[in-house]
Design a binder for this molecule. Structure first.
Ligand code: SAM
Length: 266
């Protein structure tokens, strides 16, 4: 699944950096010069690619054994860990997003990613708020997760866990899955100016949500985007469903999907 996540991040960052007036975005290094965080990095597969795409990447995980595995794997490529201002680099830290926020403060990263984590946490709204608070103004939040539908139960729990045993039984809880419109709704209500714990509350500021409005039920592609990812068994690989594919919200976003949202500049 990693290649399709990367394809989406690469496409979206290249598109948005061009939108911001950077005409010479290198398509192979769209994260050049950016501070990038991967929350719940697991074994670090995504982090390594984020660093190779130019990001000064920090991978964090609440599990110390996952950080040990990720660090060991990254050590096979010494170029990844050399901290340089102008090139991508990779460091890992055993910490939770809650503790990182307390330690670094809000608005610390240009790009925050969290892949396949939110459907495992006990309080997704708090987790999401913490991830979002770490994003700088004008920065980007990328998530991948699973929609709560009969199809996702059939594929990710019945087939993958109970029949084929590709995933340890009990890994997923269907009621914790989150639908794309629930994420959209969250960011329609999340006030970008809401004071973080470390800030002095402003008087009478008008709320500025991350997503300002919907157009025919979907956000503008400069504010947020949902893209389904589907497994093609005959090819043995995952595919990022093309933008605007007919009926995508019904068939392509009913199981695994990517979600991107941008924090307003001010
Ligand atoms: C299903 S794994 C996903 C790993 C990786 N992102 C991937 O897609 O392969 C979820 C990971 O999130 C981590 N995690 C859960 N809650 C966390 C939190 N609040 N802060 C940091 N990591 C967390 C877990 O330790 C676990 O390694």
């Amino acid at each position: 699944m990693n290649p399709v996540r990367i394809e989406f991040i690469r496409q979206k960052m290249s598109e948005m950096r061009r939108e911001d007036g950077l005409d010479d975005v290198n398509p192979t290094r769209p994260l050049d010069g950016l501070d990038v965080l991967d929350v719940g990095c697991g074994g670090g597969l995504l982090c390594e690619t984020l660093a190779r795409l130019g990001g000064r990447t920090l991978g964090i995980d609440a599990s110390s054994s996952n950080i040990a595995i990720a660090s060991l794997h990254a050590s096979a490529d010494p170029g990844l860990s050399s901290p340089q201002k102008t090139k991508g680099s990779l460091t890992y830290e055993h910490t939770s997003v809650e503790d990182l926020l307390a330690q670094r403060g809000s608005k610390s990263f240009d790009v925050v990613c969290s892949m396949e984590v939110i459907e495992h946490v006990d309080n997704p709204a708090t987790f999401l708020t913490n991830c979002a608070t770490l994003v700088k103004p004008g920065g980007h939040l990328f998530l991948s997760t699973i929609a709560r539908t009969p199809l996702s139960y059939a594929l990710t729990i019945f087939a993958a866990e109970q029949v084929l045993r590709l995933v340890t039984p009990g890994t997923h809880t269907h009621s914790k899955y989150i639908n794309p419109d629930e994420l959209t709704d969250f960011f329609l209500r999340l006030d970008s100016d809401a004071p973080a714990q470390d800030a002095v509350p402003k008087q009478s500021a008008a709320p500025r949500p991350w997503i300002s409005r919907l157009y025919g039920g979907v956000p503008s592609r400069t504010e947020a985007e949902i893209r389904g990812i589907i497994y093609l068994p005959w090819k043995g690989e995952w595919m990022l469903v093309p933008r605007g594919a007919p009926g995508a919200s019904i068939w392509a976003e009913a199981c695994n999907y990517m979600f991107w949202v941008r924090r307003p500049f001010k």
